[in-house]
Design a protein around this ligand. Sequence first.
Ligand code: BV8
Length: 229
Amino acid sequence: MRDARRVVALTGSGISAESGVPTFREAQTGLWARYDPQDLATPEAFARDPRLVWEWYGWRRELVAAAEPNAGHRALVELERRAKAFVLITQNVDGLHQRAGNREVVELHGNIRRTRCSGEGVIVDDHEQGDGPPRCAGCGAYLRPDVVWFGEMLPAEAMRHASRSAQSCDLFLSIGTSSLVYPAAGLAHEALENDATVVEIIPGETTLTAHVAYRVPGAAGEVLPELVT
Ligand code: BV8
């Protein structure tokens, strides 16, 4: 990694697992065990049952608020400091990379700590806490988490920046992601098509594994500090 000139890291929920934030497809605990996150993280679910979806995000927000960045997050802060050029792209919505100290984080799927009006799209910082989603004081539409749901477009500028970075890097790290969700999962293939070395850091195999130069099996919090220092 020392002589890589342009490094890109793409992270998924696996990097936050050691901070106590359940990975996206891991069996959810307690009340939420019987729900498939993929069914809840959709505009249709929110339209059908806004209170259920709002409460699911409230539960996740509490988990995120109680979480601390782990050694994996901190290793990427060190990598940003050391690498000649470094771009951190995340699918995660927990804001832990920013809390660890990364200065520039490309958030492809939004951020659970932000709330926006589902009508006007503006970010709403303060709203009353009640059961079920509050309504926008301006237009009366429900407020919603500022995340990208399945079936929704990713933020155009973030995706453009991510794709350009993947196409021009010489080292692409895929960290803690099952590489199932598109278009984010396509970034590693864009790096491969441009002759970058792709390294996957993940405990098990994924659909990407067969295509990468190296897979480093293990937890991000253990592997990354070794790789970066
Ligand atoms: C879109 C926010 C236009 C919400 C999320 C082709 C092109 C474009 C779209 C599609 C396509 N094919 C299908 C689609 C539709 C869909 C999609 O990809 N579906 C998949 C499931 C097939 N994509 C979309 O809808 C996207 N929108 O493209 O719009 C469009 C729409 C429809 C049709 C065509 C075009 C929007 C996708 C964004 C959805 N929102 N999150 C929220 O969080 O509530 S995605 C969600 O999944 C999270 O953000 C999460 O980060 C992301 C990816 O999951 P992972 O992070 O990989 O998590 P997972 O649990 O799967 O894996 C974790 C891994 O970590 C595991 O392998 C585990 O072993 C490992 N691990 C565990 N512990 C550790 C570890 N690794 C390291 N260290 C550890 N300690």
